[in-house]
Design a protein around this ligand. Sequence first.
Ligand code: MN
Length: 233
Amino acid sequence: MSAAAPSLTHALPLPMLLPVAGEERMFPVRRVYCVGRNYADHALEMGGDPNREPPFFFQKNPDNLVPPPGDFPYPSQSADVHHEAELLVALKRGGTNIPAEEALDHIFGYAVAIDFTRRDRQAEAKKAGRPWEVAKAFEGSAPCSALMPAARIGHPAEAAIWLDVNGSRRQSGNISSMIWQVPEIVSALSGLFELAAGDVILTGTPAGVGPVVRGDRIECGIDGIGRRSLTVI
Ligand code: MN
């Protein structure tokens, strides 16, 4: 007999559950990692040097994810919230110091996600040398599509990634342009953190990021992986 379940001070919340395209089962999320400046054209538009600064990591909270069909609630205390369309990688297995050559074996599937960012708060944080949570890890800040299992589509290294606001194209790139490709990202992250099943990684955004306002209709996608539509509310 196992020990009795502990008595809890409050109800234990369910983990964030992401739908899997065309399946009944759900993917429970453990952690959300994000890569900064992983496309040279976006590093340039943010004032960086794509040849000198390697990509870097930050985190969001699992409950910041918004599976479809949820909308995006415009956050408090910002007047400059930007969209960043990104490839999301979902892990089925973890570890530390995973060699890049073995990284793809750890991946359950892929999705399209938006890394919404309070750009004004981020600029303040950068200037003051402060952390980024206020700019990045706020409520509803990571809408995503259903997961497309690698078992069905393999591991795409090339696919168009795009984002439209009110029907006009704002971001248009290809995941093949990432400075760090998916195997290198998983390998580098696993040298800093112990990865585990349920971890998801947002892999950075191509150029064209820009502000959204309440009422905007956003549609984004990665060809062959998924699409996501939402309204800024
Ligand atoms: Mn981003």
